[in-house]
Design a protein around this ligand. Sequence first.
Ligand code: ZN
Length: 430
Amino acid sequence: MTDLARARVLGLLLLWPSAVLSADYDAEIAALAARPDVRAAMSWAAEREKENLPRLIELTEIPAPPFGEAARGRRFAEMLEGTGLRQVETDAVGNVLGYRPGTGGGGTLAVVAHLDTVFPADTDVRVRGPELDANGRRRWYAPGIGDDSRGLVLLLTLAESLEAAGIRTEADLLFVASVGEEGLGDLRGVKHLFREDGPRIDQMIAIDGGNDGRVLNQAIGSYRYRVRITGPGGHSWGAFGLANPAHALASGIHRFERSARTFVASPPRTTFNVGKIGGGTSVNAVPFESWAEVDMRSESRERLEGIDVLLRESFTDAVAGHNDRRSRGDALELQFEPIGRRPSGIVSADTPLIARAQAVSRYLGLEGELGSGSTDANVPIALGIPATTISRGGTGGGAHSLDEWWSDHQVVTGTHKALLLLLASAGLSD
Ligand SMILES: [Zn+2]
């Protein structure tokens, strides 16, 4: 079915009760999974999962710190070429892209996993295991193994399964290993992917963490700043009376905490955190600089804008107060240096991509509700492009810690979920 035909059908279905809508998608997924070519792809993927460990280990053991993903990207590009994709390239920021042309009429579906980890370059990323947990399940330990090396392996498995089963999709498929998903990477890879003159993408599936039932439809946005207050600085005795950046910073944090606490008491959920503070040179010197790093998050863009205003007002008032009270020296200056901006948004549960993801979960007997998170999907969601994030297959824990682990327990379920969602969303040619 073409996008347009789908839109028409959906338009009609939207007038019906949502139970009818989900029953319709349940029927669609059951029919899809019954096709011989799809069955072939599913069993091929299940077989491949038995052999996937070596390349999971290999990718995990190539360090990919923020802004240092190139080596892992190069190896992943080689692996992606080996899956039968004809066109594999690395873009200007380091994203690895692999194209699989469709038969037409289905737009472009992007499937994305991220290359980067949160760990610095000198972290020991050797994989340990398997060790058996209390239930006798095998676990492998290494920083980044589940988040998101395993996602990269799932991308490869998806591409190979389509090829092995000779499946042609209507939509063009774009497999992407993105850079800069984590922390200060600030989603730079996917932001670049969705730049104005970038490839046209109509839907996106991100593969990243979480349990098999995961269907993300809500993007938690965040604004992050380094708030910096600077002044002349001087001796604590001799220059007493100067406006003091540390005092002004503390008073700014106090004002912000007081007003933000009231602000976040009402929904949608919004949070704030002063995560780091610093500055100054000595206990007996008025600092010439003091700073704080602030993280604010919300499900809603309006709320983020609202708390952003409170942050600015609080520090502006605090600095003005300290400037008024000083008896000597130049005035303090205040700067808000942005160090992160992740857009927020929501995809309606009725959107085909989300409805299909949930239908696939039901088909596979998975439990899970719609959820929220901060992932590569934030960028398309904020642009109004349907996107979701689903699991990388298997189970895991300790993400972003040195004790991160991943288990291959029921890994095939997650793989099948990704495969069925990809096929349902991309449409199959007969
Ligand atoms: Zn991740």
